[in-house]
Write a protein that binds this ligand. Structure first.
Ligand code: GLU
Length: 480
């Protein structure tokens, strides 16, 4: 039975890389009929951010990556929030001390800082010098009884080669002499990530640890902890970093990195997930459109690349566009409506919005493309783009537009085809090109120079609105 987990630390928003990790785990669980578990790793009290857990859950929920077990949903192996499991870590750390695999360390922050400085000065890498490793037990007990601040560190054996059999990268070996004697329990009574993660992955019966590449170098410590406890380690898989165009780790400077930002920009969860899945994983052919369900049928760790994956913003937009076109109009209506609240605009009627969506067709790649860029579908233009006025509103325009208004008043059916024909007939009778009517009409109706097809748009706006806007433009735009 496959049991995987996503184990975020609530230190801010959900990063797109975090969502990708969560998604890969979720896909494995779905493919194998296994369990996807959510664990909150909040033991670093200095990095906690208020509201971060809620933001994280909200983002996962939006993406549809919902846990089968874990924080919030619960389950038989909880609690799933590490700050509620302190007793367990304390007891496990004591076990390691008793078995001789860990020890109390009373070194003060000042001593450690000085030690580090000296190591750096000698050109060595900063590592604990094992000062407290062989304290006399009587002295240790006396200092503990006196309540002296201390941590618990794990012992690292010398001269061993520790090999991670990584599912993505193959075997990766580490020289134990270069591994630091890691703190397991901090002086504040909280465990470090390393102890808590290993203990929880074991107790929560995790079979596969799929996480970001930044944790690969910690894995030898984790393997030793499994060995010390006498537990069988899970399968490890470290997914490649997400890079910017210049090959460096993607950061805020490169663009949006929070899932929330993409949601607000009008991306569909399916679009973002599809893009993220392809960032590091390939189906082995040219296909690029996948729903989450389709991915759960084909995703496998052995097709995850070893090297970093470049975050291509244009590709994300393109893939999102594919997903927009795969949605029913009624679903799009539902998803778009909340964006009007955010823009501070009144919500249009659903039937009307559905028509706008149809008319926009392939012009929309984002949900927000149905809102901010096309205000003229929802309100009369407040102004006319000066450059477009200059280019499109000619000396002959007012007179032509007046004739066009008269024609529109009399038109029997205010539909796309009838409008098209009426405009062309009028242009012909006046001996002008259709553009002489089309461009000023668009300007009058929208205030701008481009947008969806004019006749489709007019049909959606309706006769009353079109006539009103044309008359207003005749009032406000220059006359020869
Ligand atoms: N809490 C760690 C993080 O936020 C999880 C690392 C792991 O999955 O083991 O990245």
């Amino acid at each position: 039975m496959v049991r995987v987990r996503f184990a975020p630390s609530p230190t801010g928003y959900l990063h797109v890389g975090g969502l990708r990790t969560a998604f890969y785990n979720w896909l494995l669980a779905r493919r194998e009929g296994g369990t996807f578990l959510l664990r909150i790793e909040d033991t670093d009290r200095t990095r906690l951010v208020e509201g971060a857990v809620e933001a994280l859950l909200e983002a996962l929920n939006w993406a549809g990556i919902t846990p089968d077990e874990g924080a919030v949903v619960g389950g038989p192996l909880g609690p799933y929030v590490q700050s509620e499991r302190l007793e367990i870590y304390r007891e496990m750390a004591s076990r390691l001390v008793e078995s001789g695999h860990a020890y109390h360390c009373f070194c003060t922050p000042e001593r450690l800082a000085e030690m580090r400085e000296q190591q750096m000065a000698r050109g060595e890498s900063a590592m604990y010098d094992r000062h407290c490793r062989n304290l006399d037990p009587a002295e240790r007990d006396r200092r503990l009884a006196a309540g002296e601040p201390h941590v618990i560190r794990m012992k690292i054996p010398d001269g061993r080669s520790l090999t991670v059999e990584d599912q993505i990268r193959g075997p990766v070996s580490f020289d134990s002499s270069l591994v630091d004697e890691q703190v397991l329990m901090k002086s504040d009574g909280f465990p470090t990530y390393h102890l808590a993660a290993v203990v929880d992955d074991h107790l929560m019966e995790i079979t596969h640890v799929v996480r970001g590449e930044e944790w690969l170098s910690s894995t030898p410590k984790h393997l030793l902890l499994y060995e010390y406890f006498g537990w069988k380690p899970p399968v490890f898989a470290h997914v490649p970093l997400i890079l910017n165009a210049s090959g460096k780790k993607l950061s805020k400077r490169d663009g949006d990195v929070s899932v929330e930002a993409y949601r607000e920009k009008g991306y569909l969860p399916e679009g973002l997930l599809n893009f993220l899945a392809l960032l590091g994983w390939s189906p082995g052919d040219e296909r690029e459109f996948f729903t989450p369900q389709e991915l759960s049928g084909v995703f496998s760790l052995d097709r995850v690349r070893k090297s970093g994956a470049v975050f291509d913003f244009d590709k994300l937009l393109h893939i999102n566009g594919l997903h927009m076109r795969a949605q029913s109009t009624s679903r799009l209506v539902e998803l778009v409506l909340p964006f009007f609240d955010r823009a501070g605009w009144p919500r249009p009627e659903s039937g009307y919005l559905a028509q706008v969506i149809e008319v926009m067709g392939e012009r929309a790649n984002l949900l927000t493309d149905y809102v901010e860029p096309i205000p003229y579908f929802y309100a009369d233009p407040a102004e006319y783009e000066p450059a477009t006025v200059k280019k499109r509103w000619k000396a002959a325009s007012p007179e032509l537009m007046e004739a066009w208004v008269a024609r529109l008043e009399a038109l029997e059916v205010f539909g796309h085809d009838a409008l098209d024909e009426a405009l062309r007939t009028l242009a012909e009778s006046r001996g002008v090109g259709a553009g002489q009517l089309i461009h000023p009409t668009r300007l009058a109706l929208t205030g701008v120079g481009n947008g969806p097809g004019l006749f489709e748009m007019m049909e959606v706006l309706g006769r009353e609105v079109c006539l009103r806007r044309l008359r207003t433009a005749l009032d406000r735009l220059p006359r020869p």
